[in-house]
Design a protein around this ligand. Structure first.
Ligand SMILES: Cc1cc2nc3c(=O)[nH]c(=O)nc-3n(C[C@H](O)[C@H](O)[C@H](O)COP(=O)(O)O)c2cc1C
Length: 318
């Protein structure tokens, strides 16, 4: 049987599957539907310093091969997270990463600092797709600002792995990936959702109350694979920084694409709404795939994609 374990900058997971932030609640919301001990890791929804009610409905709409959401970071805020959710996370049967969002440097730093002392939290994932209240500029789309934010957060998280989650809504994702790595990110995750819009043709209005939202699901998968490949080859491989790939992963074949493109782990979001046991099915498929090609360890597959111009190497597919 192939070895599915993976290693994210020293963070060892029994298998490469994770949940995508915001699609699985804070802890045990999915426990009735899926055996959480089978996950490589669980990622919470975004936590902010202040409690947030989020946007007005409609804040989720289904689109062809995808989903558009404008939840608006609805969450209980740091104080309630610590009081109500952390006791639950302590009982989680798999490693946990907490996703943190903010609207100022201070927001991020204060919330992340509170995570450093929590033994039940192995890693913090920064959601940097939020605008800064001071000037409206998104943290994750301006490389110097992203580097600064990553550096400030890294200082208050000496005991945790720091994951920076990249936005795809940029001209050159390798520039933001490099900024995150230079700021001290241990791990990169990509991608967050793509800004998009759906129209109600009868009302002649946007279907989301917020007008625009983030597109996720199978519709974005080929773009996400391309971005993972670019970041792996352009930044992550040479820096030795592992990637968590996400965006439209539904079947084990999707996971293989991301892993070949350079991901050391894969996260599942929108597909959980169709089948919460998707990560378990992905692991079963990965095992069969690795056995079929007599590949002993999943990690041997990471970045094994061959592109024109690459040095030829021994292919497991012959
Ligand atoms: C309903 C919903 C809520 C989300 N909430 C968050 C969030 O709170 N923080 C975050 O970093 N990403 C959030 N995301 C983005 C996902 O974590 C993920 O990056 C994206 O959906 C792509 O993966 P997928 O196609 O498998 O869903 C959300 C996505 C969806 C569909």
């Amino acid at each position: 049987m192939a070895d599915l374990s993976t290693n994210l900058a020293g963070w060892k997971l029994s298998n490469p599957t994770m949940t995508c932030s915001g699609t699985c609640g804070y802890a045990f919301e999915y426990a009735d539907f899926v055996d959480l001990s089978k996950l490589g890791a669980f990622v919470t929804k975004s936590i902010t310093r202040e409690e947030r009610p989020g946007n007005e409905p409609a804040r989720i709409v289904e689109t062809r091969a995808g989903m558009l959401n404008a939840i608006g970071l609805a969450n209980v805020g740091l104080d309630r997270f610590l009081a109500e959710k952390v006791p639950l996370l302590k009982k989680m049967p798999c490693p946990v990463a907490v996703n943190v969002a903010g609207h100022s440097f201070e927001d991020y730093v204060e919330t992340c600092a509170a995570m450093n002392g929590l033994s039940c939290v192995a890693a913090v994932e920064l959601n940097v797709s939020c605008p800064n209240v001071k000037d409206g500029l998104t943290f994750g789309t301006h490389p110097p600002r992203l580097k600064e934010l990553t550096g400030q957060v890294k200082k208050v998280l000496p005991d945790k792995k720091l994951i920076v989650k990249l936005s795809p809504n940029v001209e050159d994702i390798t520039a933001t990936a490099r900024a995150a790595v230079e700021g001290g990110a241990d791990i990169l995750s990509l991608v967050n959702t793509f800004t998009a819009m759906a129209v109600d043709i009868h009302k002649r209005r946007p279907r989301l109350a917020n007008v625009t939202g983030g597109l996720s699901g199978p519709a974005i998968k080929p773009i996400a694979v391309h971005l993972v490949s670019r970041v792996y080859r352009g930044v992550a491989k040479s820096a030795g920084v592992p990637i968590i790939g996400m965006g439209g992963i539904q079947y084990w074949q999707d996971a293989v694409e991301f892993i070949l493109a350079g991901a050391s782990a894969v996260a599942v979001g929108t597909a959980l709404f169709v089948d919460p046991a998707t990560p378990v099915r992905i692991c079963e498929g990965l095992e069969q795939y690795l056995d079929k090609y007599k590949i002993g360890r999943l990690t041997d597959l990471v970045g094994a994609l061959e592109l024109p111009g690459d040095e030829p190497r021994q292919s497991p597919y012959q």
